[in-house]
Design a protein around this ligand. Structure first.
Ligand SMILES: Cc1cc2nc3c(=O)[nH]c(=O)nc-3n(C[C@H](O)[C@H](O)[C@H](O)COP(=O)(O)OP(=O)(O)OC[C@H]3O[C@@H](n4cnc5c(N)ncnc54)[C@H](O)[C@@H]3O)c2cc1C
Length: 318
């Protein structure tokens, strides 16, 4: 008998550990966070200077939030802004697939992404939805269990039949048994977002410095006096580490070890396909897939080291 493999590598939800209780906690956390973000008075500070280390999406979005709270901001980036993962990733703005503890943050992130346009920050964000597909009974069982937990956690997720799937993504192979669809998931352009955020931050008074590597910290009485960089020393009232996978190295300088395990991830981009073949973000079978506004089809995956399979008929793209 053919062994049925679980290739739902983008489903991080731990079905053996999560319960409806943790799902309900996810709603409570979402409500608390929403209230906090609607009016964070205790965060509003004038004349307080924060230096952010790392100019990826986390550093830049933190800068935007803190700038709006009234802080003076400096960002130090060792290479180019968005030059690491933040400028060249799959562009998926996804909740479906995540652990329940991440769902409140992911739901709010989708709301923040859709609000950036109003600030004239160009992201090309589209709330296109996201479908995760099951190819066999093992995967189907997992997605059905995930469906119940996600809905309890406040994420609107629907079960898609093979007919629904075919009408949403016509190029899926006939092998697909069912899918889960999250209507609030979306996609964006990573590099456009980073460039536009950077422009906004500069125009609103942030100091942004690229090719400036933090090499060490001057610490006295358990307080950082200043950071030492290859462009001189920088003082601030507080420092925020947003160094992605380099956090491990930088945290050693502070004698506060933080372990970050980098994950290998790859992307393949097709030439422009004029016809719109794929509208939602699609995941399953150790792959993810989307079509950009320009028409390129983007395949991504990796991470688990399992052999990738196929799930799309791609012979008739033109
Ligand atoms: C191929 C690929 C596809 C992906 N697809 C998706 C997706 O579809 N959806 C999704 O949500 N996520 C995706 N991700 C993950 C996502 O890109 C990352 O989680 C995110 O970009 C991390 O942002 P960051 O700002 O924390 O880190 P980074 O983008 O790594 O930024 C950290 C920055 O810190 C700087 N830095 C490091 N050390 C120093 C120092 N000493 N001094 C000054 N600066 C320093 C670095 O140069 C870097 O620019 C993908 C990642 C990859 C690689």
């Amino acid at each position: 008998m053919k062994e049925e493999m679980d290739r739902l590598s983008l489903l991080s939800l731990q079905l053996d550990k999560e319960t409806s209780k943790t799902a309900i906690q996810a709603i409570e956390t979402y409500n608390h966070l929403k209230e906090f973000l609607s009016d964070p008075p205790y965060l509003k500070r004038k004349n307080t200077h924060i230096t952010i280390i790392g100019g990826g999406i986390v550093g830049l979005m933190s800068a935007l939030f803190l700038l709006k709270c009234g802080y003076a901001i400096t960002i130090l980036e060792k290479k180019s802004f968005g030059g690491a993962a933040s400028g060249r990733n799959g562009g998926g703005v996804l909740s479906l697939g995540r652990e329940l503890s991440e769902i409140p943050f992911a739901r709010l992130a989708a709301e923040i992404w859709s609000s950036l346009q109003q600030e004239k920050i160009e992201t090309k964000y589209a709330s296109s939805g996201h479908v995760m597909v099951a190819r066999n009974d093992v995967e189907q069982e997992k997605l059905l269990a995930a469906h119940d937990l996600y809905n309890t956690a406040g994420l609107k997720v629907k079960v898609f039949s093979p007919v629904d799937l075919k009408s949403t993504v016509p190029d899926l192979t006939a092998e697909i048994k069912m899918g889960l669809f999250s209507e609030t998931d979306g996609q964006s352009y990573p590099f456009t977002t980073v460039t536009s955020l950077l422009k906004y931050l500069k125009e609103h008074g942030a100091t942004v410095i690229n090719h400036c590597e933090v090499l060490d910290f001057k610490i006295s009485n358990k307080t950082i006096d200043y950071v030492i960089t290859d462009k001189g020393n920088f003082q601030a009232d507080a420092f925020l580490l947003c160094c992605g996978p380099w956090t491990t190295e930088i945290s050693k300088m502070l004698n506060e070890p933080v372990v970050v395990k980098p994950r290998r991830s790859q992307i393949l981009v097709s030439e422009i396909v004029n016809k719109r073949r794929i509208h939602p973000f699609v995941t399953g079978n150790s792959l993810y897939l989307r079509q950009t506004h320009a028409g390129n089809i983007l395949f991504g995956g990796g991470a688990l080291g399992k052999q990738m399979g196929t799930m799309f008929r791609i012979q008739t793209m033109h």
